[in-house]
Ligand binder design. Structure first.
Ligand code: NDP
Ligand code: MN
Length: 392
């Protein structure tokens, strides 16, 4: 597979103008632990070992990496049980554990939720995380983070972002800073082989939305476009097969799609579908981030396509061509979501629930809506939200 060549070549091509690209150190493969052994002893004596609830323990990957740390004489302090859509309370618990254990660096083994939590702790040790998010305080220090991504979705192992739920205010917001870019970004291909179909589906749609939203930004540039379009091409090739055949090759293809879309996202930002999906998972954390996107992205794209100018329409066509499913992007997306079985409800949404999502989106997520490639009114957002959720 020549995806690694594309990754290295494209980073090389654009890195002179991008401090972010120069920071990246990405490895994908069955022996990524070699990179860890090389690096960890230089990072310190004690690591905060961040994991989720069950998957990594059950599959014995926690054990594999604990052994690796032991062999390298690095102590670990466990911060486990991290749930999907992490909350400020979860981060505060991690900060307490990290302070007590006097850790020198952070090691994350998990999906976006685990990696985001580890990243938030890495800066939260030196100040209040929500103050950083609200820009009431400036991030000046962090502990280094080593991240192994066990899902192919959020790109968190390569982005300067961590997305956090504030359960007191019911808001989901993004912490961003270059110090959040992991020192080492890894995908252990032995781990992603075990990702179950539902997670393949939801994280696959997350990758697709990162790529599509960046590619349809007014101010996308050559570097972000190159990574975003390549991600879409890989999704067209590997997502459906990954879901139905569970082949290793397709899962590795999706791991690269995730990295490419993650880099595109780090170079730019998302817009409307993500703006709506964050309030969904903030209010209803039982809904997976990618599943929330699967509900709202088709209607969003359909509405945007009708309104954008000819130049932007071309970009929609390019995405659709790279995806290679149907004749227009909206139809392709709907078909893909149906094939991935994501058009079924997770919970019943009442009119009141939808009204709340609408108010959140046009409230604290409005600046993301404003990045839409065509103007969108509050009424448009209401239409998308009220027409997007399947009946239960
Ligand atoms: P999660 O990290 O939330 O994990 C979802 C589920 O997948 C968990 O139940 C986990 O189980 C399980 N799981 C993870 N890896 C495996 C595996 N290899 N095999 C079997 N099961 C596995 O999922 P995502 O990766 O989708 O992360 C979503 C979060 O990331 C959201 O909070 C979202 O907002 C955020 N996000 C962050 C971005 C960023 O740039 N930082 C960008 C986009 C989204 P268990 O708990 O047992 O480990
Ligand atoms: Mn996302």
């Amino acid at each position: 597979m020549n995806y690694d060549r594309f990754l290295k070549k494209t980073i090389q091509k654009y890195k002179e103008d991008s401090e972010y690209l120069r920071m990246l150190d990405i490895h994908v493969g069955p022996n990524v632990e070699d990179n860890i052994s090389e690096k960890i002893s230089s990072l310190g004596k004690t690591a905060l070992f961040c994991t989720g609830r069950n998957a990594m323990k059950k599959l014995k990957f926690t054990e594999k990496y604990v052994d690796l740390f032991m062999k390298n004489d690095v102590n670990i302090v466990e911060y486990n049980g991290i749930r999907a859509n992490p909350t400020l309370e979860t981060i505060e618990e991690g900060i307490r554990i990290a302070k007590k254990g006097k850790v020198d660096f952070i090691f994350c083994l998990g999906g976006g939720s685990v990696i985001d939590s580890g990243k938030a702790v890495s800066v939260g040790l030196f100040g209040n995380v929500w103050d950083f998010i609200e820009k009431r305080a400036e991030i000046k220090r962090s502990l280094p983070v080593v991240a192994i991504s066990t899902t192919s979705g959020t790109g968190s192992h390569v982005t300067p972002y961590a997305v956090i739920n504030n359960s007191a205010t019911c808001e989901k917001k993004t912490l961003r800073h270059k110090l959040l870019v992991p020192r080492l970004s890894l995908v252990d291909t032995n781990i992603i082989e075990f990702v179950p179909p539902y997670i393949i589906a939801t994280t696959g749609i997350d990758v697709l939305c990162h790529a599509m939203e960046v590619y349809t930004l007014e101010d996308n540039d050559e570097a972000s476009s190159a990574f975003a379009l390549k991600a879409v091409e890989l999704i067209g090739k590997h997502l459906h097969n990954s879901f139905y055949n569970m082949s290793r090759e397709d899962k590795v293809g999706m791991a690269y799609a995730d990295i490419f879309a993650g880099i595109a996202l780090a170079l730019k930002k998302t817009h409307v579908a993500h703006a709506i999906s964050h309030p969904v998972t903030a209010r209803f954390p039982e809904i997976n981030h990618g599943h929330a996107l699967a509900y709202v992205a088709p209607k969003t794209l359909e509405m945007q396509y009708e309104r954008v100018d000819e130049e932007m329409k071309k970009r929609f066509h390019e995405i659709n061509f790279a995806l290679g499913i149907d004749s227009d992007l909206h139809a392709s997306l709907k078909k893909l979501i149906h094939r991935l079985k994501l058009d079924k409800p997770v919970r019943k949404m009442s009119a009141e629930d939808l009204q709340t999502l609408y108010e959140d989106t046009v409230g604290y997520r409005w600046s993301s809506v404003e990045r839409s490639p065509c103007p969108m009114s509050k009424e448009d957002i209401k239409t998308i939200i009220f027409e997007s959720f399947p009946d239960s």
